[in-house]
Design a protein around this ligand. Structure first.
Ligand code: SF4
Length: 256
C-alpha cells in the first residue's frame, strides 16, 4: 500500500489563524536568516514524506486518529489489512465497531479509537457527503480529530501549508527562538508568520526531523547541525555548521 501522492506544494491554509505575536515572542532571526535556515533544511531533505500509510484522505484521517500515543509502524501494521476492506466511511460503517476493534487491537487506546472512527465515519456521511472536508474548522468537528490531526490532514492530503506542532517543533521553535510561544497554538501561529512561503509546505517535516535526529530534547547534537552558525540558542555548544549534503530518507513520525 502506498501513500497517496502529495499534491504540489501550495498556498498557506486559508484557515490559518491571524493572531498578533507579542514583542516578547518575536523571532530572534532576521528574514534573511530564516530563509537561510530553511534553504539548508531543503538541501538536506528535498522531499520529506510522512510515514503513515493511507490510500485516500479518509484513510489518512483514520490513520492519524489511530496514531495518538502509538508508533507509525504499529499503526501501519494494523491499517494495511483494515484499509483493504474499509477505505471509505461507508465500508467502515459496514464493518462495524466490533470488527474494527479486532483490526486495531494492537494499538493503544483501541476501544476509544474504534468508537471515534465509527463516529467520524457517520459524521462524514451525514454532514459531508462521505468526503473529508478541506478546512480546519470542519475537520475539527469530526470525533477524535483535534487541531494537530487536522493540520496533518490539510498538509498531507490536500497540500495546504499547515504546521502541526508536535513536541519536537514546540521545543525547537522555543529553544532556538525561531518562533517562541507558550503553547503549541502560539508556536503554530508564529511559525506561519516567520517561515518563508516557499518553504512552508515542508516546514513541519523538516523541523520534526531536525528535532528527532539532531536538536534532540536532552542534548542537542550541535556538532551535527547544519545551522549551527546561525542558531541563537543559549544551549548551543558549537558554532561550526555540519557539511550541507542531502541525507538518505528518514522516518518522519506524525505529530502525536
Ligand atoms: S546548533 Fe544546537 S541548539 Fe542550535 S539548532 Fe543546531 S542542534 Fe539545535
Amino acid at each position: 500500500m502506498k501513500n497517496v501522492k502529495s499534491p504540489s506544494p501550495s498556498r498557506r491554509s486559508k484557515a490559518a489563524p491571524a493572531r498578533r505575536v507579542s514583542t516578547r515572542q518575536r523571532s530572534a532571526y532576521k528574514v534573511a536568516e530564516v530563509e537561510e535556515i530553511f534553504r539548508r533544511f531543503s538541501v538536506q531533505r528535498p522531499e520529506p514524506k510522512g510515514e503513515l500509510e493511507h490510500v485516500n484522505p479518509f484513510t489518512l484521517v483514520v490513520a492519524v486518529a489511530l496514531s495518538a500515543q502509538a508508533t507509525d509502524a504499529g499503526v501501519n501494521k494494523a491499517t494495511r489489512p483494515l484499509f483493504a476492506v474499509a477505505d471509505t466511511p461507508e465500508k467502515m460503517l459496514a464493518l462495524g465497531e466490533e470488527r474494527l476493534r479486532d483490526y486495531i487491537k494492537t494499538i493503544g487506546l483501541y476501544r476509544n479509537k474504534a468508537k471515534n472512527v465509527i463516529a467520524l465515519s457517520e459524521k462524514l456521511i451525514a454532514d459531508f457527503g462521505g468526503e473529508v472536508p478541506r478546512t480546519r474548522e470542519e475537520l475539527i468537528t469530526l470525533p477524535g480529530v483535534g487541531r494537530k490531526t487536522a493540520n496533518v490532514v490539510l498538509q498531507m492530503a490536500f497540500g495546504l501549508a499547515a504546521i502541526a506542532v508536535d513536541t519536537h517543533i514546540f521545543r525547537i521553535a522555543n529553544r532556538i527562538r525561531l518562533a517562541p510561544g507558550k503553547t503549541p497554538d502560539e508556536v503554530e501561529v508564529h511559525l506561519l508568520r516567520v517561515v518563508p512561503e516557499k518553504y512552508l509546505f515542508h516546514a513541519h517535516h523538516w523541523l520534526i526531523l531536525h528535532g528527532r535526529y539532531v536538536c534532540k530534547a536532552r542534548r542537542p547534537e550541535c556538532e551535527r547541525c547544519v545551522i549551527a552558525d546561525l542558531c541563537k540558542s543559549p544551549e548551543k555548544t558549537c558554532d561550526i555548521p555540519a557539511p550541507l549534503v542531502e541525507l538518505p530518507p528518514q522516518v518522519i513520525p506524525v505529530p502525536g
